[in-house]
Design a protein around this ligand. Structure first.
Ligand code: GLN
Length: 549
C-alpha cells in the first residue's frame, strides 16, 4: 500500500497547487521513490472535455484517451511519466458512478447520501492508484479552495481517511497566500490563519503549510504561522514567486519540503536528490544564447492557459536549442490579406494552433499561405494541419472551394472530412478520436529526420481527417502525406519537401513534451526558426526558400 499526500488550497485560487504538487513529486522521485499525482476536480462535468478553454484552459489528453485537467500536463512534464484516466476524477464522475450503482440496485433499501456513499466513492478513488504496489507515494491535489461548497465532500473524505489509514501513511499539505500590504510594508498572516481554521473546523489538520509570498518570510513570521496553525516551524514552507515554474522544485528543496514530508511519513529509505538533468535544463533555460519569435495563431490567444502544453513544449525545445523562444499570440480573426505581411513579417516561425469551429478559420488560412510562399518555418497542429491542407488545395491545386466539412457540412470540396466512425456519433463527451495511435513515417521525409524513426505513437483529439480521395492530387503537386496510421491509412503528417520547414500533424505532439524529453518536432521547429533568424541577421533574405534543415 502506498502512502498518501493530500494538497489543498486556501485564501484564493490560482496559487499554483498543481506546480507545488508536481514539484514535491519531482523531489520525492529524484530521491528514488515511485510517485504519481492525481487531481480531484469539484465540478459536475464528468470530464473537462466539453468545457471551452475560456472556462478551464486547455483540455489535456492522456495516452489512454482521457480528456483531463491541464494540471495533469504539469505532472507529466515534471515527472516524465504517463498519467491516465485514473489520475483525474471529477465530482461528475463520482456521482455518475454512485447513481449508476443505485440504478443497478447496489444500495437497495438504503437512502443514498453524500456521507457515506459519495465520500466512500471519493475515498475509493483516492486510494485506487496506490493499491497495486506500483507506487510508494500518491499525491492527490484537491481542486478549488477550502471553504467552497463543492470541495466539502473531498475534505470530508480526507477527514475520514485520517482515521482509517495509519498515521504515518497520510499527510496534508495546505497551500495559502501571505499577502504583502504595501501601505503597511508588512506581510499578513491572518488570511492563512483563517483558512487553516476553516480546514480544521472540517476536521482536517494540515501537517505542512506552504506559503506563497512576494516577500521573504522571516523566521519570526514562520514561528507565528506555526503557532496559530498548529504545525512545527520547520513545516512552514516559503514559496516565493519564481522566474519559471521549473525552478519551483529547487526552491522547495531549499526549504526542505521533501525532508519534512519524508520525516512525517516515516520514510527512511531514500537517496540524495538526483536532479542533474533538471538543473542542466534550467541552466540552458536561464542563459539562452539567442532569441527567436514564433507567432502562435489561434482564437484563444489572450488566454495563457488555452495553449498551455504548446507554450511549455516551446520552453523545453528552446532550452534544448539554447535559445529563448518568445511566443507572440496572434488572433486569427483579425488577419487579412492586406495586413498579413505586417502581422507576420517579423516572425521566425509560425505555429497554427489546434481548435474547433469556423471562427477565425479564414485568418489561419491566410497565415499559412504567407508562411508557405515566403519560406517562413511552419508548424500546424491538428486544426493547424487541416488549415494547411485547405490552403494548399485552394491556392496550389486550384480547388477553389476546398474546405473542411466541420466548417460547412455541405462543403462541395471537403478536403478535410468527418471520420467515418464519427458520423454516427451524436453525444459530445469523450466521443472524439482520443488518445494514442500508431503512425508510420515515410523513409526520407522531414518527419523521419525529425523523429529518427519510422514508427511512432502520438496522442489525438479530433473528429475530422484528411480526405484520402484527394491524396493523389496533393502528392502529385508537392504536398506529401509523410505519416499514416498503419491500419486505417488516416493521414497523420503532411509536409512540403520543397519548403525549408513546413510540417503539419493531425495529432498533438505538445502533450508528450517533457523537461527531460523535449518533443523532437518542437526541437526541430525551433531549430529551423533559429536558422531563419540567423539568415535575417547575416543580411541574407530569409524569405527566400533556403536549403532544407
Ligand atoms: N476541429 C478539428 C477536428 O475535430 C481539429 C481538432 C483539434 O485541433 N484538436 O478534427
Amino acid at each position: 500500500m502506498a502512502k498518501h499526500i493530500f494538497v489543498t488550497g486556501g485564501v484564493t485560487s490560482s496559487l499554483g497547487k498543481g506546480i507545488i504538487a508536481a514539484s514535491l513529486a519531482k523531489l520525492l522521485q529524484a530521491r528514488g521513490l515511485k510517485v504519481t499525482i492525481q487531481k480531484f476536480d469539484p465540478y459536475i462535468n464528468v470530464d473537462p472535455g466539453t468545457l471551452n478553454p475560456y472556462e478551464h484552459g486547455e483540455c489535456y489528453v492522456t495516452e489512454d484517451g482521457a480528456e483531463t485537467d491541464l494540471d495533469l500536463g504539469h505532472y507529466e512534464r515534471f515527472l516524465n511519466i504517463f498519467t491516465s484516466q485514473a489520475n483525474n476524477v471529477t465530482t461528475g464522475r463520482i456521482y455518475q458512478h454512485v447513481i449508476t450503482k443505485e440504478r443497478e440496485g447496489a444500495y437497495l433499501g438504503k437512502t443514498v447520501q453524500v456521507v457515506p456513499h459519495i465520500t466512500d466513492e471519493i475515498k475509493r478513488r483516492m486510494l485506487l492508484l496506490g493499491q497495486n504496489g506500483q507506487y510508494d507515494i500518491i499525491i492527490s491535489e484537491i481542486g478549488g479552495t477550502v471553504g467552497d461548497i463543492e470541495s466539502l465532500p473531498y475534505i470530508e473524505a480526507i477527514r475520514q481517511l485520517q482515521w482509517e489509514l495509519p498515521e504515518e501513511d497520510l499527510l496534508v499539505v495546505h497551500l495559502t497566500l501571505i499577502p504583502y500590504l504595501k501601505a503597511a510594508k508588512e506581510l499578513k498572516t491572518k488570511p492563512t490563519q483563517h483558512s487553516v481554521k476553516m480546514l480544521s473546523e472540517s476536521g482536517v489538520f494540515p501537517d505542512v503549510i506552504v506559503c506563497r509570498t512576494e516577500e521573504p518570510l522571516t523566521n519570526e513570521l514562520k514561528k507565528k504561522i506555526a503557532l496559530f496553525c498548529n504545525v512545527k516551524a520547520e513545516a512552514v514552507i516559503e514559496a516565493p514567486d519564481a522566474s519559471t515554474i521549473y525552478e519551483v522544485p529547487l526552491l522547495m528543496m531549499n526549504e526542505k519540503l521533501d525532508l519534512t514530508v519524508l520525516k512525517k511519513l516515516n520514510i527512511t529509505k531514500y537517496g540524495d536528490a538526483e536532479l542533474g538533468k533538471w538543473k542542466g535544463f534550467l541552466d540552458k533555460l536561464k542563459y539562452p544564447k539567442s532569441k527567436i519569435t514564433i507567432g502562435l495563431i489561434g482564437k484563444y490567444v489572450e488566454l495563457q492557459d488555452a495553449y498551455k502544453s504548446i507554450l511549455e513544449a516551446f520552453v523545453h525545445a528552446g532550452a534544448m536549442n539554447e535559445c529563448k523562444v518568445q511566443v507572440l499570440p496572434i488572433h486569427s480573426e483579425f488577419i487579412t490579406d492586406e495586413n498579413v505581411p505586417e502581422k507576420l513579417g517579423n516572425l521566425d516561425g509560425l505555429l497554427v494552433a489546434p481548435g474547433f469551429g469556423h471562427r477565425g478559420v479564414e485568418g489561419k488560412i491566410i497565415a499559412v499561405k504567407f508562411a508557405r510562399e515566403t519560406g517562413l518555418p511552419f508548424f500546424g497542429i491538428c486544426l493547424g494541419m487541416q488549415m494547411a491542407v485547405i490552403e494548399y488545395g485552394r491556392n496550389v491545386l486550384g480547388i477553389k472551394n476546398a474546405l473542411s466539412s466541420e466548417m460547412d457540412s455541405h462543403a462541395s470540396e471537403p478536403v478535410i472530412d468527418m471520420m467515418e466512425e464519427q458520423k454516427k456519433i451524436t453525444a459530445k463527451g469523450g466521443t472524439m478520436r482520443l488518445g494514442s495511435y500508431p503512425c508510420e513515417i515515410k523513409n526520407g521525409s522531414l518527419a523521419q529526420k525529425i523523429y529518427g524513426d519510422t514508427m511512432i505513437s502520438e496522442r489525438h483529439r479530433h473528429r475530422y481527417e484528411f480526405n484520402n480521395k484527394y491524396l493523389e492530387q496533393y502528392e502529385n503537386s508537392g504536398m506529401v502525406a509523410s505519416g499514416l496510421n498503419p491500419e486505417t491509412g488516416l493521414v497523420e503528417i503532411m509536409e512540403i519537401p520543397e519548403h525549408p520547414f513546413f510540417i503539419g500533424c493531425q495529432y498533438h505532439p505538445e502533450l508528450k513534451s517533457t523537461v527531460e524529453n523535449p518533443h523532437p518536432l518542437f526541437v526541430y521547429f525551433v531549430g529551423a526558426a533559429k536558422q531563419f533568424n540567423e539568415r535575417k541577421t547575416t543580411n541574407k533574405n530569409p524569405l527566400l526558400q533556403g536549403e532544407m534543415i
